[in-house]
Design a protein around this ligand. Structure first.
Ligand code: SAM
Length: 315
């Protein structure tokens, strides 16, 4: 069927962890093991991704994970769309940079952030679930992330005015969602709409959306934060544009001055933008969607910013 044939076309994506390896070294290693760079007719084909630095793509059927490069953290299996949030958040590679990854496990985006920061500054990586927190710690150690403090915490229970978070300027929010965008089973379960009645489905989405909105509103309370990226692997507007719309209308947004970063600063070259008719036109263009038609899983990325001046105006 349709989803199956779309799934068959999505390449297997591999991110080269720049904390441990370079893309050139990775390309050479794959060539040495018999992969052919840039020859699409060959089953041993691989290529560099056109949009994301340090990302390689392989045919779906390629057997990849049994090699030392994966077990020692030089290579990380990560869908293309799920590389967007860390890039959009764009934390500066600076020793003074402090950020929060509020929903971190298993840690793909945390390790990507750590790499973008060049292992400098500090990332508080929060994960509420005990078991997933364990996975996160293992993953971060394997990836060589030295600038991360992993915390087994519920983000909503953190105090934004805690001295510990006083210098946090960026927050990544990639909370639990329906997972409806995942066409290939990765670490999420594929949603089967036929499993449940449409009423149960709507109720589930409403619950998730309420939680997602709460997470964004909480992030907006951190005093020094100037940038928040909110992403999901859902295709439902209820979890995406509608949550963003509610967040923009929240008392926290009004108090803090958060608005959406303009399209020109959020993957401007990516043509698939928000679902129309929910946000104003400029804001629809300011958010990003991904679809199997782009050879990725279904995904959504939005970016809230506030001008530095707003902070002092508030006080
Ligand atoms: N960003 C991760 C990555 O790229 O590897 C994937 C995150 S997954 C979509 C969402 C995670 O958030 C789950 O591990 C879930 O247990 C965790 N989570 C959900 N609510 C949370 C909360 N209130 N505080 C901290 N973690 C939470």
């Amino acid at each position: 069927d349709d989803v199956q044939s779309q799934a068959a076309q999505i390449p297997r994506y591999v991110r080269v962890n720049s904390l441990k390896w370079s893309i050139d070294e990775a390309v050479m290693a794959f060539q040495k093991s018999g992969f052919d760079l840039g020859n699409p007719r060959d089953g041993r084909y691989f290529a560099r991704d056109a949009h994301i630095e340090n990302l390689l793509l392989f045919p779906r059927q390629a057997q990849l994970t049994d090699t030392p490069e994966f077990s020692d953290g030089r290579l990380i299996i990560q869908d293309k769309a799920s590389c967007f949030p860390a890039i959009v958040l764009g934390p500066p590679a600076h020793p003074g940079c402090v950020i929060i990854d509020a929903t971190a496990a298993p840690g793909n985006k945390t390790s990507h952030l750590s790499a973008l920061m060049g292992n400098q500054g500090k990332i508080f990586a929060l994960e509420r679930d005990r078991k997933r927190y364990g996975t996160l710690k293992t993953m971060l150690a394997r990836a060589g992330c030295g600038n991360v403090e992993a915390l087994n915490l519920d983000f909503l229970s953190t105090n934004p005015n805690d001295e510990k978070y006083a210098r946090v300027t960026h927050i990544l929010l990639d909370p639990s969602c329906s997972g409806s965008g995942i066409v290939n089973r990765m670490d999420h379960l594929v949603e089967s709409e036929s499993e449940s009645s449409s009423v149960a489905h709507a109720e589930r989405l409403a619950k998730l959306a309420a939680f997602q909105l709460q997470m964004i509103r909480h992030a907006m309370k951190f005093p020094a934060v100037v940038k928040i990226v909110y992403s999901t692997c859902s295709i439902h507007p209820e979890e995406n544009e509608q949550v963003v719309s509610a967040a923009l209308r929240s008392t926290e947004a009004a108090a803090s001055g958060f608005r959406l970063a303009p399209r020109t600063t959020v993957l401007p070259a990516w043509s698939r933008r928000g679902k129309p008719g929910i946000l104003c036109d400029a804001d629809t263009a300011a958010v990003v969607r991904c679809s199997p038609e782009d050879l990725t899983n279904g995904f959504f990325v939005s970016c809230f910013i506030r001008p530095f001046g707003t902070l002092s105006d508030m006080r």
